[in-house]
Design a protein around this ligand. Structure first.
Ligand SMILES: Nc1ncnc2c1ncn2[C@@H]1O[C@H](COP(=O)(O)OP(=O)(O)O)[C@@H](O)[C@H]1O
Ligand SMILES: [Mg+2]
Length: 237
């Protein structure tokens, strides 16, 4: 199996405070990999470093065999390393269709951009129904769909998601996670960062558990779901 992303000894600080303390992990190509942990563990910080929005203090990030540690964010997006923003970050005064178009900002081939738009509408028919509406009028779950759709418009090879289940009702969480499985079955690699440990590990082939800036456990999603330490610390049993 090939590796799409390889991270070696990644450390990230805010001022003098080291939030991520030397992570080494990898993501297999074509799989869903979960990074799970409690609030404040360092999950978002890790993703921001992968996206290039935070500069690591040390370490190395390799994407598809190339060192991207020092590449600016837009060049990572152009290579297919695309993050769905936490808290949606959609533009509420633009329409759904306009938000989706913005996701294609690194691309130029109009025909292929239209094909991607059709794929997104196929995946999320609700977005097609609401294409002309202001994004601000969507429900929380629909806004999350829009955020994912917008990331898909960049033609990712690896999709990074920061807590897509946050603030959503259980049924909507199920729907979003079902869609992630569907997206992954289409061949896209997915890195899923979640505090919703159970749901994330259910759909992940492989998982990493992060605590206070360190990876403390790694195994298949199935094994982690049965691991007594995970059960006790994150699943309340
Ligand atoms: N902008 C920031 N400035 C200072 N400290 C931060 C900032 N963002 C996060 N932190 C701290 O870094 C640690 C990791 O945070 P974060 O990566 O957001 O965790 P998670 O996403 O797992 O909840 C926490 O202790 C948090 O308080
Ligand atoms: Mg976070």
């Amino acid at each position: 199996m090939s590796v799409i992303l390889r991270v070696h000894d990644l450390a990230v600080s805010y001022g003098h405070i080291e939030a991520v303390k030397g992570l080494t992990f990898h993501l297999d190509s074509g799989e869903i990999t979960a990074l799970v942990g409690a609030n404040g563990a360092g999950k978002s910080t890790t993703l921001l470093a992968l996206s290039g929005l935070l500069k690591p203090g040390r370490g190395r990030i390799e994407f598809e065999g190339e060192d991207i540690t020092h590449l600016p964010p837009h060049q990572r997006v152009a290579r297919g390393l695309v993050q769905v923003a936490e808290g949606r970050a959609i533009l509420t005064t633009l329409t759904v269709a306009e938000n989706l178009q913005l996701g294609a900002y690194t691309r130029t081939d109009k025909a292929r951009i239209s094909a991607s738009l059709e794929e997104v509408y196929h995946l999320f028919p609700r977005l097609k129904d609401r294409a002309g509406q202001f994004a601000g009028n969507l429900s929380g779950g629909e806004q999350q769909m829009l955020a994912i759709g917008r990331a898909l418009m960049a033609k990712p090879r690896l999709l990074l998601l920061d807590e897509p289940s946050m603030g959503l009702a259980p049924l909507m969480v199920q729907e979003i996670f079902r869609t992630l499985v569907q997206i992954n079955q289409g061949g896209l690699s997915v890195m899923l960062v979640e505090q919703n440990v159970k749901q994330a590990l259910k759909i992940a082939r492989h998982g990493y558990v992060i605590e206070t800036g360190h990876i403390v456990l790694t195994d298949s999603g199935d094994n982690l779901l049965r691991n007594p330490k995970v059960l006790e610390a994150y699943l309340g049993t």
